[in-house]
Design a protein around this ligand. Structure first.
Ligand SMILES: Cc1cc2nc3c(=O)[nH]c(=O)nc-3n(C[C@H](O)[C@H](O)[C@H](O)COP(=O)(O)O)c2cc1C
Length: 398
């Protein structure tokens, strides 16, 4: 779910690449997000994928001719240029990139791009030699200077059998980058440190103590904060999640102690700390050097308290604005208020955890506690949506 794509008007330009078939998935994903899509195809694009596929998926006529006597004047090139909230050319050939860099307007797509004032996003796809060609690179630099957004292609094996940079980004990633164009830049030039995921405390070389945290909330916040213009450092315990796009630093740790050290190393010059990680309160006093063998009916593990990351940052005044998270199974309001006071936090996000609630789920409902203000309830929604709502509140309170 990419909340800022809802009801956005997108003109999708498709050009003559092998990867043109991926544009069909892109249209499907855009529609799923609630965007309205009009597709413009170049003559070459139609050699690779049929307009009928795009027309069916977009639920709109496909535009492919500049000179069209039968065209309704309401959807000519000027109208499309004005209608769009954003242009996305995916996949973009070396040819359309060159044409845009030089202001050519010899077909519907290039003419409409020249006529629009909406942001233009370009997702190139081409053979690696075409991509690294100095002329293509010069054209890309020109488009960037003009303020166009370039979604740099992936590296890997190509349809032609060569290996290098030039593969079209995955449709999901293109969608995420397009979405970021619409996100208000609430945290421009601000540094935000986010902790996420569980920590693990080793018992012996084969076992550990941990918790059910998936890291989804922290990762969603990290990506949302990047999209809001922040310089984001993500310090994470072990998770199975893919790394958010656009992070300044991505630091993987295991234990609570390692997370503590990583936070202390990076907290300087951060404007905001958002601590979503479920940090183990205790660790094993002595990790066994070898696998512990089964011997008696019962066994005991001696635990010692871990350093409290939030309390330490707060007590030493290492960060001007500190946000904590509290996962509670009972007495949510009282516990949240206590934690806010005890650790001198600026804001606390509390949620009830239990079966199907909180940790592993893609959705959550939370209550936000601030100093002196009334608690704010955020109803059940995706963690991605929740991340943007929380950042809006942090921006207001800060
Ligand atoms: C089979 C085949 C695959 C092609 N794949 C690409 C490609 O991935 N990227 C690219 O820039 N050009 C590719 N081309 C070349 C473009 O189709 C050609 O430059 C065309 O003029 C582009 O027109 P357009 O930019 O108006 O769509 C390919 C050509 C063929 C025949």
């Amino acid at each position: 779910m990419q909340p800022y794509l809802k009801n956005k008007k997108i003109v999708l330009g498709i050009t003559g690449c092998i990867a043109a078939y991926k544009a069909a998935e892109l249209v499907r994903l855009l529609k799923k997000e609630g965007a309205e899509v009009h597709v413009i195809m170049t003559a070459s694009a139609k050699e690779f994928i049929t307009p009928l596929t795009l027309q069916t998926l977009s639920n709109n006529p496909v535009h492919d001719r500049l000179f069209n006597q039968h065209l309704d004047v309401k959807i000519d090139h000027i109208h499309l240029a004005r209608w769009a909230d954003a242009f996305l050319i995916a996949p973009a050939t070396a040819n359309i990139i060159a044409k845009l860099a030089h202001g050519l307007a010899d077909d519907l797509l290039s003419t409409t791009c020249l006529a629009t004032t909406a942001p233009i996003c370009i997702a190139p796809a081409m053979n690696q030699a075409m991509w690294s060609n100095a002329i293509t690179q010069k054209n890309i630099a020109t488009l960037q200077q003009q303020g166009m957004n370039i979604f740099t292609p992936d590296e890997g094996e190509q349809a032609c059998g060569e290996i290098g940079i030039g593969r079209l980004l995955a449709p999901q990633d293109i969608l995420r980058l397009l979405h970021s164009v619409f996100v208000p830049k609430l945290f421009e030039n601000q540094r935000i440190l986010i902790t996420a995921g569980p920590t693990i405390e080793p018992i012996d070389p084969t076992r550990y103590l941990s918790n059910y945290s998936s890291g989804k909330m922290g990762y969603a916040l990290a990506e949302a904060a990047v999209n809001c213009g922040a310089t984001v450092t993500l310090i994470t315990g072990p998770t199975s999640l893919s790394v958010p796009l656009g992070l300044a630093n991505y630091i993987k740790v295991d234990s609570a102690d390692a997370m503590y050290k990583a936070v202390m190393e990076h907290i300087e010059e951060q404007q905001i700390l958002i601590s979503t990680a479920a940090v183990s309160d205790y660790r094993i006093r002595e990790t066994a050097p070898q696998k512990i063998k089964k011997s008696s009916e019962t066994m005991s593990l001696q635990l010692v308290l871990n350093p409290d990351i939030l309390a330490s940052v707060s007590a030493r005044k290492l960060c001007p604005f500190i946000v904590g998270f509290a996962a509670e199974t009972e007495r949510l309001y009282e516990r949240a208020q206590e934690k806010l006071e005890d650790k001198s936090l600026d804001l606390l996000v509390a949620n009830q955890v239990g079966p199907d609630k909180g940790f592993q789920s893609d959705h959550n409902s939370v209550t936000v506690f601030t100093r002196g203000g009334d608690p704010i309830s955020l109803e059940n929604q995706s963690k991605v949506q929740l991340a943007y709502e929380l950042l809006k509140i942090i921006h207001q309170v800060k």
